[in-house]
Write a protein that binds this ligand. Structure first.
Ligand code: GLC
Ligand code: CA
Length: 557
């Protein structure tokens, strides 16, 4: 099989709004991105994923798209984008666009038309249903953001019908059952490929299909569900027929253009993943699952890590499909705060990176992770921006929780943890902007910033560089089989990646206390060459060893 560029890629997610502001308006922009591309190249990045930069009212920071073929004015123009694309390509960096196709903004011209009348040519671009007899919503589905009264439906006075919005009322769901809409989407995707982009990240792609007939959810109320509304992913995720839609995208766009695709797999499992990603299925190249993501959980035990990696290896990666290796993104907590230990910030950040870069799949870095940026905690709800955070906060208050309890709840769950501006240096606003940043900078920027990191012997950035270099030098890390050792160990992870006579061994202590361990029989007496360690002095592996808290090392066998 011909090797594709993405098989050896190192990805990097750019959340443009928080990356670098070039003109002092407090909002990151494309010229800001352009000015930092060399740094990403030096980091070892070969592909960037732009979280949505399209024209948007910014209800959900761009995941509410008002024009799929134009750039958000606060970020720049299409010309700026072309400059970024050209420069990225000249540095050997591919660019993929975030495609938000489950919904659009209510300010998208399609929706502006659609709501005008029942016989408008764009009516069926969205999902409209008449009220129930008593005038209430067509069913009890709740919206994901817990916005308003909690319902996923909003009544539009003009025609007296409800439209569906799984997220915000300002983000109506597109109607994938309607062929003319699908054709319109194919055309738009070709337009971006013609412009030179290298592929797409598909936002919540597995929610395009909703349960036919829109039946009520029978789910029990969660701590956030309001009144009779139920936020129930089962009603609109992995619904039968979803594969035909994704296959349609492949047949009409992805296949003929041979582009990279990564689907955001909400509620994905290792049993469902193969049908979306195995090459013979002709759907997607790769996907994100959330089973090791700091959006979903507060800890990863070594046992969970072993299980998840083994399952995805056996069912997906070994069979020619791809998954993305990552632990955080713009929707999550900062991985070092969530899975590492801030008391061992640099060391644990490096351990997490080592696991991501040496496990089978394509590693994706989320901006700031490479300098060990941490969670933030704002004292006032006023300082939070994320719509999901604000919705959950209101919903908790409505359910009788105190302000304090609600603030505690959102502190680790808020997506703003990941969205505070990039910390470039220790000057005002971390060097992100000369103006007033759209979201407060994490007050720890004096100690944690790129400049400081690079001047430290403990640099996390340089550790990432070494990991990227290891992937270039050792095919075992990109192509090799995965074998896990010490299946019962509660602290230590040990695995090999092996191909064509080359074996790379990874050992890591996933805890804040020392971890003694013994080498498995079959490894005794072999020679280990240390390739990389996150300790000041890398250590030789003896038959009985002890790993320091958060120690991680990579050896060549
Ligand atoms: C995805 C995005 C998230 C967004 C949601 C709705 O989960 O990553 O940021 O809010 O979809 O588009
Ligand atoms: Ca700006």
């Amino acid at each position: 099989m011909v090797k594709k560029w993405w098989q050896e890629a190192v990805g990097y997610e750019i959340y443009c709004k928080s990356f670098c502001d070039s003109n002092g308006d407090g909002i990151g922009d494309l010229q800001g991105v352009k000015s930092k591309l060399e740094i990403l190249r030096d980091l070892g990045v070969t592909c960037i994923w732009f979280a949505p930069i399209y024209k948007s009212p910014q209800v959900d920071n761009g995941y509410d798209v008002a024009d799929y073929q134009d750039i958000e004015p606060a970020y720049g123009t299409l010309e700026d984008f072309k400059e970024v694309l050209e420069k990225a390509h000249s540095l050997g960096i591919r660019v993929i666009m975030d495609m938000v196709l489950n919904h659009s903004s209510d300010e998208h011209p399609w929706f502006v038309e659609s709501r005008k009348s029942k016989d408008n040519p764009y009516r069926n671009y969205y999902i409209w249903q008449p009220p129930r007899e008593d005038g209430s919503e067509p069913n009890n589905w709740g919206n994901v953001f817990y916005e308003g009264n909690g319902s996923a439906w909003t009544l539009d006075e003009t025609t007296g019908e409800y439209y569906l919005h799984l997220y915000s009322a300002k983000m109506p769901d597109l109607n994938w059952e309607y062929e003319p809409l699908r054709q319109e989407i194919y055309k738009m995707l070709h337009w971006w490929l013609d412009l030179g982009v290298d592929g797409f990240r598909l936002d919540v792609f597995n929610r395009f299909k909703k349960t036919p007939g829109f039946p009520d959810s029978k789910k029990e109320a969660s701590e956030l569900d309001l009144d009779r509304y139920r936020m129930d992913p089962a009603m609109f995720t992995h619904v039968e027929g979803i594969h035909d839609l994704i296959h349609g995208l492949y047949k009409n766009v992805f296949g003929p253009r041979d582009c990279f695709t990564v689907g955001e797999g909400a509620n994905m499992t290792w049993d469902l993943a193969p049908d979306y990603t195995l090459p013979e299925r002709e759907e997607l190249v790769s996907l994100y699952h959330f089973q090791l993501s700091s959006r979903m959980r507060d800890t990863i035990t070594p046992e969970l890590f072993r299980t998840v990696q083994t399952k995805y290896w056996e069912k997906v990666t070994e069979k020619g499909g791809w998954i993305i290796q990552y632990m955080s993104n713009h929707d999550s907590q900062r991985q070092v705060s969530c899975y590492g230990d801030e008391a061992y910030r640099a060391r644990s950040a490096k351990l997490l990176a080592a696991l991501t870069f040496t496990s089978p799949g394509i590693p994706f870095i989320y901006q700031g992770e490479e300098i060990g940026m941490t969670n933030v905690r704002f004292d006032s709800i006023e300082d939070y921006n994320c719509c999901y955070t604000l919705g959950s906060y209101q919903s908790l208050l409505k359910k009788g929780k105190s302000v304090e309890e609600a603030m505690d709840y959102i502190a680790t769950r808020s997506r703003d943890n990941a969205r505070t501006p990039y910390q470039w240096n220790d000057s005002a606003n971390a060097g992100f902007t000369t103006g007033k940043p759209w979201l407060k900078v994490n007050p720890n920027y004096k100690e944690i910033n790129l400049e400081q990191d690079l001047s430290s012997p403990d640099s996390i950035f340089r550790f990432y560089q070494s990991l990227a270099a290891l992937r270039r030098e050792h095919p075992a890390l990109t192509e090799g089989d995965l074998i896990l050792y010490l299946p019962e160990d509660e602290k230590v992870l040990m695995y090999t990646r092996k191909c064509d006579g080359e074996t790379v061994l990874v050992v890591a202590n996933f805890t804040s206390t020392p971890a003694p361990f013994a080498l498995p029989e079959e490894m005794k007496g072999r020679e280990f060459k240390l390739l990389l360690s996150n300790m000041e002095e890398g250590r030789a592996l003896s038959e009985k060893s002890e790993l320091a808290p958060w120690e991680a090392a990579v050896y060549l066998l």
